[in-house]
Write a protein that binds this ligand. Structure first.
Ligand SMILES: NC(=O)c1ccc[n+]([C@@H]2O[C@H](COP(=O)([O-])OP(=O)(O)OC[C@H]3O[C@@H](n4cnc5c(N)ncnc54)[C@H](OP(=O)(O)O)[C@@H]3O)[C@@H](O)[C@H]2O)c1
Length: 364
């Protein structure tokens, strides 16, 4: 199943609104197991992982064990249901990591295989499979996307000096990994403060992965940004989505309108676009995984709105001190019982930096 999960990861950022699934077919004999087919969800969401694995295994599918990271689908879409494909291929056992909550599947794929006489075991690597498909699962279970913050800080949690100078806090290894992360999300979202200070492109620029740059989204407040900001350039994919509150005057500006897709949403009492409405609009566009790469103001707003599911934290071995910009601003927490709690899921040394992946605790 761990191999199937690694295959599934290849689809992240490429398959939304579909899930990224991995499937491995194994033939067992007295000498042990032999992988006869491997598959993962293809860009755009089709073909599905199971069909890919069966196609590669050919006749060797017959009598094999299928390890699948998500319950095989049971409904007729553009292609036949994957549960039927596994039945027709003659597999004898299916090991499934987690159920598909989509109401067209939700247990029906398992039932279909059981009724055809296949032994089905559910729950192997359930936690890892749910984490991998957190975007797809969140949209189906809660109607909102999976939201991750990506932050690069000094050891004492600062993102910029008091003069707002910030490039580069972390080293080249962290920055390269940050670009890889971008390729695994459906959208990168930032705020006007970051655009005004750094003028970033917000693309994946790892050699060979440039075409996997996700859509870019920008949340504006009261200030305007220059028309020649790099985030507005067309060179790397579709026009940037620009979120504004209804009261913002920017949409009346024709030059700006030509360069971006303006998305107007309701404003909060401070005149800022309501974040939950932005997330709902992104889901309506088929987006399941959102990477927020912003400064402390937008990071804080997302945390306050309880909108952060995980944090990718790159921590350099440097110190800036209190007279600098923190990664998170005031949250108005007056007692430790209200702490936002995260669990450390992964930790890696990256050059002279540390990378940690934090996942929000269920009661966090
Ligand atoms: N190290 C890192 O991980 C990292 C990543 C990104 C940026 N940065 C650094 O962060 C600094 C910029 O920080 P920042 O806080 O100014 O930038 P930001 O968080 O990217 O953008 C903040 C701006 O977004 C607008 N906004 C829209 N909706 C908002 C809401 N609901 N709540 C708050 N603001 C909202 C406001 O614009 P108006 O003021 O126009 O109303 C606000 O000033 C730069 O120095 C940059 O280098 C560091």
């Amino acid at each position: 199943m761990r191999v199937a999960l690694a295959l599934a990861r290849r689809g992240l950022g490429q398959v939304a609104p579909n899930p990224a699934v991995g499937c491995v077919l194994v033939q067992y004999d007295h000498e042990g197991g032999r992988v006869v087919g491997r598959g993962w969800t293809q860009p755009g969401g089709r073909p599905h992982a199971e069909t890919e694995a069966i196609g590669r295994a050919g006749k060797e599918s017959l009598g094999s064990v299928a390890y699948v990271t998500l319950e095989p689908c049971a409904h007729q879409g553009h292609t036949d249901p994957c549960a039927d494909a596994l039945i027709s291929a003659g597999i004898k056992r299916a090991v499934v990591a987690t159920l598909d909550p989509d109401e067209r599947v939700s247990g029906k794929g398992i039932l279909r295989m059981k009724r055809a006489g296949i032994q089905v075991d559910l729950g192997c690597c359930n936690r890892q499979a749910r984490q991998l498909n957190a975007g797809f699962l969140a949209t189906r279970e809660t109607g909102r996307p999976h939201v991750a913050l990506k932050v690069a800080t000094t050891f004492d949690g600062k993102i910029a000096a008091i003069n707002r100078h910030s490039q580069w806090i972390t080293g080249p290894e962290s920055r390269a990994y940050g670009h890889l992360l971008r390729s695994r999300f459906d959208v990168i979202l930032t705020g006007s403060g970051t655009v005004l200070n750094d003028n970033p492109m917000m693309t994946c620029r790892l050699p060979g992965l440039e075409k996997y740059s996700p859509i870019r989204a920008l949340v504006l407040g009261h200030r305007k940004i220059p028309f020649d900001s790099k985030i507005l350039s067309y060179e790397h994919g579709p026009p940037t989505l620009v979120y504004l509150g209804y009261k913002h005057s920017l949409a009346e500006d024709n030059v700006f309108l030509k360069k971006v897709e303006v998305c107007k949403v309701r404003c909060d009492t401070f005149g800022y676009p309501v974040l939950s409405e932005i997330l709902a609009d992104l889901v309506a566009r088929g987006i399941t995984r959102v990477l927020v790469e912003a400064g402390s103001r937008l990071n804080t707003a997302f945390l306050k709105a309880e909108g952060v599911d995980e944090i990718h934290w790159f921590r350099a071995s440097t110190i800036l001190g209190n007279d600098s910009i923190p990664v998170i601003g005031d949250l108005g927490q007056d007692n430790v019982e209200k702490l936002r709690r995260f669990s450390v899921i992964e930790q890696k040394r990256m050059g002279n930096d540390m990378y940690e992946l934090l996942s929000k605790q269920a009661n966090g």
